[in-house]
Design a protein around this ligand. Sequence first.
Ligand code: ATP
Length: 434
Amino acid sequence: MPADFDTIVNLAKRRGFVFQSSEIYGGLRSAYDYGPLGVEVLRNVKDEWWRSMVRLRDDVVGLDSAILQSPEVWVASGHVSSFSDPLVECRECNARHRLDKLTNPDQCPTCGNSDTFTEPKEFNLMFKTHMGPVESEDNQVYLRPETAQGIFINFENVRRTARMKLPFGIAQIGKSFRNEITPGQFVFRTREFEQMEMEYFCHPNDAAEKFQEWVDLRHEWYLDLGMNPDNLRLRAHEDDELAHYAAGTYDVEYLFPWGWDELEGIANRTDFDLKAHMERSGEDLSYFDQEADERFVPYVIEPAAGATRTTFAFLIDAYTEEEVDGEQRIVLKLDPRLAPVKVAVLPLSKKPDLVETTQKVARAVRGRWATEIDITQSIGRRYRRQDEIGTPYCVTVDFDSLDDDQVTVRDRDTMAQDRVPIENLETYLAERLP
Ligand code: ATP
């Protein structure tokens, strides 16, 4: 059973994972700021993705392309003509809705009235702005609605300079912007968000096999980071759901508090994008296979995930309420690789010599793991605070530590405690932490 939505949102706000953008001005809807803990989890999610997609592979390289690109890119990709959602407006209450996301297409979920919708209009989701001091049609540019096109337009640059041979991939993490009709469910659907996308180029004959490989690998990635298999599923797109360019798509879906919803799409995009850019730019983006003496336009397999949405899903999945000795305990059972703080060092009291030893202990480990010192309130309260943000290890410095140079290390999940000599602490933690 997934955690209750409000509980997670409250925890995220209360503990400084996520703040509403521009809160002191009443808040800007559908944009969020990641606080001290949130930025660490988000970064850990992105680092794990980058590690598995780029660092651990010979056949994938990275890229960081610009958010602002030639408007021609978005004409070629089809975003100018068809990156839109069907918008309806309620004549009673003026609420706007995305028609394809309504459970009942005839009833307004805001005011409850039936048959009050206007005819659906296609609403383009790209944010527009102007480049340079003059606001005219000629210098209109878009904020990118996906990171993928930045990869396609650099296909030849990367292939040539990194001397890549097919099959190979180009991966990118970055911000994307969509003027969503109905943002909502906290950071699940926002107008500014972060994506993690990879385009894997291959011979057309290999595309079906590579597609299946990437579907399995991406599914595995979430499970390896500790996501509950009962809350994760792969769903193949029906024929009528497939994007016009795709030969096949699977969504990785998570069981959110409101039901199954998308974390990532893995699509066989065929040669649609490279061909579209060849046609519009006039540049040759085909590939020559010397061994086979064959020239062709590669097919592309694309795993496209959302970093911010995935971070939210990991938080929901990790949230646990347990009863310990008749008391309720809230614990975020995040995989240690994703936990925002890995080690908390807690002096039993505020006495200066205990605090001094605490600082010495923290200095010894903080170069390697995200470490926090927490001095205020009772030790029980502090354990609970650390459990609630998912800190895997709490190290307590007590009065005996001053004599025996040992500390007590408490495990978040088992709550078992070990007495460890300070000089062995790093080795002890290294056996348990990434
Ligand atoms: P949806 O159907 O939910 O609008 P999509 O199928 O258009 O999403 P893609 O274009 O496949 O999404 O984008 C890839 C990933 O980027 C999504 O799986 C999601 O994780 C993330 N993403 C897309 N739109 C948003 C958004 N508005 N807010 C947060 N993450 C998003």
